[in-house]
Design a protein around this ligand. Structure first.
Ligand code: ZN
Length: 477
């Protein structure tokens, strides 16, 4: 038996850590109470700037200067930098986004912008996506600044004791709409607020129980996207005399064809993930997971059909193939006029290895003979991104999780959606999804994203804080 490695957080006074945990909860609740909603509502156009300013004040209270930057008034992002002595290399970036998706309050148990603390949870829009990690990152920065002050240093100008690299905290506007008013602009105009050896970002290291084991999927990759607008042509006419070339009828046929998904193609990250989970299980579950990871699409398809629980089934299906979702369909101007054209908007998600051109070919292929009546226009596209796994950073993330949860099994993971990592990739900043939370086995965390009654467990948050603190201290020590 070797002794467990010394964790930087183990050297902290338990009271200090306890108070930091209290501060984390209060920070999250305060941030939830600022409705930084995107798309920006007419009656609250400056939610992101209000959240950015709140953070700037919380940093100032800890002696840390920061900057609120805006491309569009009201749509602020905030950035601050703690100095290291520079001997360790490029900075570590603690990245987050300030904005949240809208919430229809009527369906919620606790008001989505009340920040209630009840039944062991912090409730509200952003509790999961992603004011939780933002609050954790801010709390770690405030802890480091407090340590500097306690050592007689000024965190505004002096290196933080023990830090060999700078630590940058940047929280952006507009992530939920692609980031062009937030990180997209920062990458172009203020790259020094992002440039780093590595970034910690949302979507990863959340405890996920399966087959009695506890896994921590660390985000190393995300799918790309391509949005297409299809214009379906037909012939205008009088509704009293139906036509086969009614554009609405053709659009309906097209939607049915487009929604039939293709075969599975496990990427390297997903093969590693599924194989890693299978290694911890036995019997039928392990066989099923190995079939999902198989290069043979027939085995994979059969295995997908065998997953009974609808939530993991939906996630795994999305992670093993390029997907096409027809999400907006428009046709018609009046009940007695046969429409001569119709439009369909497609949300397509691309696996690593699939190009936009490949995706377009898939769309046209699915249309079959209807393609002759359809124009396909690209609306917006971003390629898949991936951070390397065989690196000191990834190993440090994995090791720190295990040091805090010896039964935990960290594995590299891909998410089916897009985050600000699409933009950090443009500056070659390897970006890892790492918002450490030790959840109850029953917790349906994936359904909380953008969902009703979004909430996060108090104990899960308190567990995650020293994990993140140790990652920062170790990477920058
Ligand atoms: Zn998010």
């Amino acid at each position: 038996m070797t002794a467990p490695p010394a964790l930087p957080s183990a050297a902290l006074d338990p009271d200090v850590l306890g108070r930091a945990g209290d501060e984390l909860l209060e920070t999250l609740r305060e941030l939830i109470r600022i409705p930084s909603v995107n798309p920006v509502p007419f009656d609250a156009p400056d939610g992101e700037t209000r959240a950015a300013t709140w953070i700037a004040l919380a940093l100032a209270d800890a002696g840390v200067p920061s900057e609120v930057v805006e491309l569009v008034p009201g749509r602020g992002s905030v950035s601050a930098r703690l100095r290291g002595d520079g001997s360790g290399g490029e900075p570590l970036l603690l990245l987050s986004h300030l904005d949240v998706v809208p919430a229809a309050a009527g369906a919620w148990t606790h008001g989505p912008f009340d920040g209630d603390l009840a039944d062991g949870y912090v409730w509200g829009r952003g509790a999961v996506d992603m004011k939780n990690l933002l609050a954790m990152e801010l709390t770690v920065v405030r802890m480091l600044a407090a340590e500097a002050r306690a050592a007689g240093r000024d965190p505004a100008t002096d290196p933080i004791p023990g830090l060999t690299r700078d630590v940058i905290l940047t929280s952006t506007a507009d992530e939920e709409a692609g980031g062009l008013n937030g990180i997209g602009w920062i990458v172009q105009e203020r790259p020094e607020l992002i440039q780093a050896a590595a970034a910690i970002n949302e979507s990863g290291a959340v405890a996920t129980s399966f087959g009695g084991r506890r896994f921590y999927p660390i985000g190393v990759a995300e799918k790309g996207y391509a949005v297409y607008r299809l214009t379906v042509h037909g012939t205008w006419g009088h509704g009293s005399m139906p036509r086969d070339d009614n554009a609405a009828v053709r659009a309906a046929q097209a939607v049915i064809r487009l929604a039939v998904q293709g075969g599975p193609r496990p990427t390297e990250v997903m093969r590693t993930f599924l194989g890693g989970v299978a290694d911890q299980l036995d019997g039928e579950q392990a066989r099923l997971l190995r079939a999902l990871a198989s290069e043979d699409p027939r085995l994979g398809e059969a295995a997908l059909d065998a997953i009974c629980d609808p939530t993991p089934a939906r996630v795994i299906r999305a992670l093993l193939r390029d997907t096409v979702s027809p999400n907006i369909v428009h046709a018609g101007i009046k009940y007695n006029v046969i429409p001569g054209d119709a439009s369909i908007e497609l949300d397509c998600r691309l696996l690593p290895g699939t190009t936009e051109e490949d995706m377009r070919e898939t769309v046209i292929g699915r249309l079959g003979d209807l393609a002759a009546h359809v124009d396909v226009a690209l609306v917006i596209h971003a390629p898949p991104v991936a951070a390397p796994v065989d690196t000191d950073v990834y190993r440090l993330l994995a090791r720190t999780v295990v040091d805090h949860d010896p039964d935990g099994i960290p594995l590299p993971f891909m998410v089916p959606f897009a985050t600000d990592a699409k933009h950090t990739a443009l500056l070659d900043v390897p970006t890892y999804g790492f918002s450490p939370l030790l959840l109850d086995p029953e917790e349906r965390f994936m359904e909380r994203f953008h969902g009703v009654d979004e909430r996060v467990g108090v104990d899960a948050l308190r567990w995650g804080l020293p994990v993140l603190y140790d990652v920062v201290r170790r990477f920058c020590g």
